[in-house]
Design a protein around this ligand. Sequence first.
Ligand code: ADP
Length: 446
Amino acid sequence: MFDKVLIANRGEIALRVHRACKEMGIATVAVHSTADAEAMHVRLADESVCIGEAPAASSYLNTASLLSAATITGADAIHPGYGLLSENAEFAQMVVDHGFVFIGPSPDHIRMMGDKITAKEAVRSLGVPVVPGSDGAVRDEARARGVAEEIGYPVLIKASSGGGGRGMKVAASADEIGAAFSTARAEAKSNFGNDEVYIEKYLARPRHIEIQVLADGFGNVVHLGDRDCSLQRRHQKLLEEAPSPALNAAERAAIGQTVTSAIGKLGYLGAGTLEFLYEDGEFYFIEMNTRVQVEHPVTEAITGIDIVREQIRIAAGLPLGYAQEDISLSGHAIECRINAENPETFVPAPGRIGLYHPPGGLGVRVDSAIYAGYTVPPYYDSLIAKLIVHGRTRNEALMRLRRALGEYVIEGVETTIPLHVRLTEDPNFVNGVYDIHWLERFVGLK
Ligand code: ADP
């Protein structure tokens, strides 16, 4: 096992990785920008290194600084968290080339899944159902028109290197395809430096359901059930639950089986998530995330498995300690993403936190790196806390969520808590009747 792990991230996920390390007897190294000198992940780590100026490009994305920090502190391995460099194949390769262990899959698998076209092709060839669309990239408007006619409007034009919900354009009819195609390409070029796009059937009212997997270096692959992440605004998830209220046990087992078999054949290593759209009883793969996800705690709540600990064990060359039949899903869990944002306009609201009182009690978990007197910097993601509740049933989890949201006090910055409170009172949410477009209608209603 590793003696020391460098955590190449900040905020709640840096703390999350630190916690897993401490429970495994591993020393931690925090890295931070000049803006994060007082951050909780820095205060709690055994050692810390300042790696650059406030903008992420100068610090958290500065690979030379990160590798120097690992060298001078004598770390054995690097955990990238999520976002930042977590899905950067070149970084993973550099980590390995400098003699450290990258806590994640191989650079080749990161690269394969980072390009949505190769990802789709790879999983399709392994028996995973995908959204109907162009086989591969679409390079000119005539071809775009042809594909759209074939699969039928509406269609979605997507950037092959897209991410974070950006680089997607819908064309409702033949009149719109020309403009949608050229804007999608231009946006892909300016956002991701690559104008390659592909086309998919635009699903009208799907749910977003994803499957968490773990795979070790000995050929063992398990899935940890599903998460429903349909509550999104601008393709950004706001609330997630596990298991999905839309699936029955047979559907869950069938998709789990399909996914584990594909991941096994791929020879994938570590934790990963296959994301699907689900409509009328059918699953359609959209992408794979080759890292731990923001919403992983809902799966931990219903399985009792510490996903970050498993990532570290697998990277250290240990086998999974259980088989699929040892994993059972117990009860229901819901996670609310609490962002420092105006809950109506979603404009980021960085600032100094005054009074801070997180909720507690049975079945309540808060993953956060904020504290009273902490200043939320304007440079990074606005996620400041995740509230996760677990109950024996979905109804118990919902009652607990209302109770916990009512206790949560964060003064000094605006947060999305009032929106979550409104959600828990809405009959559609309470009954689990929603799709990926539902939240946008809900926030539009006011
Ligand atoms: P990103 O990497 O930017 O998150 P994804 O491919 O995961 O992109 O898609 C993000 C979200 O966009 C999905 O959760 C869903 O809400 C929507 N989406 C993606 N593909 C389709 C599609 N074919 N039809 C309808 N909505 C889609």
